[in-house]
Design a protein around this ligand. Structure first.
Ligand SMILES: *[C@@H]1O[C@H](CO)[C@@H](O)[C@H](O)[C@H]1NC(C)=O
Ligand SMILES: *[C@@H]1O[C@H](CO)[C@@H](O)[C@H](O)[C@H]1NC(C)=O
Ligand SMILES: *[C@@H]1O[C@H](CO)[C@@H](O)[C@H](O)[C@H]1NC(C)=O
Length: 239
């Protein structure tokens, strides 16, 4: 009888252990994200510059983990290689790391917007670069599947859907969305002399990438914790 109980206990522990050992592999984690933006763009082709930019800024990891941790999905406006090639020569290289990050965030919306739903957004649309209506405005007008956008610097039209699942939609753009922030001088800080403030042309991006939280990893730990508690309770019951 005691041997039977021990055997049962062993079988039970074995199944609990394999269940918890398997869960990290099947549960989503940042390193094995279900959505991989780089892979999507590589597969689509024609986005080499964008891929390089996503990698040097590490924004691709932010996108993948944001998708993992958000229920709202994301919209990504993806400028093609031609779009980057039509920028003023040297423009991209003239941006500092913060501005490169801001440029990418400006192409991201923290919600999934289907092509037929752009008319539900109100202008200016809030991108992940921030909500400064003067410097970071992105205005959208749409009719059916035609979506026009303006930043005040660039006018363009959504060129088609590169990728869509139930969480992420990637639209092709034939122009890079340049925010006014890159072109208008920063408003002068409260200065005693207006003449002095006018000469200040220093630009700086003060927008930080939103940080994705670790709730997925936490819930996984909690789940393993619960399994252990169940095992201990079962053991106590059987003995
Ligand atoms: C989008 O822009 C094109 C070209 O400027 C224009 O003909 C069209 O009417 C615009 N569509 C919308 C929905 O604003
Ligand atoms: C965007 O739309 C807002 C609200 O309609 C308007 O005030 C603003 O001037 C527009 N900006 C651009 C760049 O079109
Ligand atoms: C963008 O479109 C607006 C309104 O149609 C126009 O006034 C502006 O000159 C255009 N800007 C560019 C850069 O083409």
């Amino acid at each position: 009888m005691v041997i039977m109980k021990l055997l049962l206990l062993l079988v039970f522990f074995y199944s609990v252990l394999t269940a918890s050992a398997q869960s990290p592999a099947t549960a989503p984690s940042p390193s094995s994200a279900p959505t991989d933006i780089i892979r999507i763009l590589k597969k689509a082709g024609g986005f080499a510059t964008l891929i390089r930019l996503l990698k040097t800024t590490q924004v691709y990891t932010q996108i993948d983990s944001q998708l993992l941790n958000s229920n709202n999905g994301m919209t990504f406006f993806a400028p093609t290689d031609n779009a980057f090639a039509s920028l003023k020569p040297g423009f991209l290289n003239s941006l500092n790391d913060q501005q490169k990050n801001e440029l990418l965030q400006f192409h991201l919306l923290p919600t999934f917007v289907a092509i037929s739903n752009f008319d539900t957004l109100s202008n200016p649309v809030r991108t992940q670069a921030g909500d400064d209506a003067e410097r970071l405005a992105l205005n959208v007008t749409s009719y059916g599947n035609q979506v026009n956008m303006t930043t005040g610097i660039v006018n363009t039209t959504v060129g088609g859907t590169v990728y869509s699942d139930n969480q992420l939609v990637v639209y092709q753009l034939d122009q890079v969305l340049l925010p006014r922030d890159f072109f208008v001088p920063k408003p002068p800080p409260p200065a005693p002399s207006p003449a002095k403030a006018k000469t200040s042309k220093k630009k700086s991006a003060d927008v930080l990438a939103p940080q994705a939280d670790d709730s997925a990893a936490l819930s996984l730990k909690q789940r393993n914790g619960v399994l252990v508690i169940i095992a201990v309770a079962a053991a106590a019951f059987l003995l």
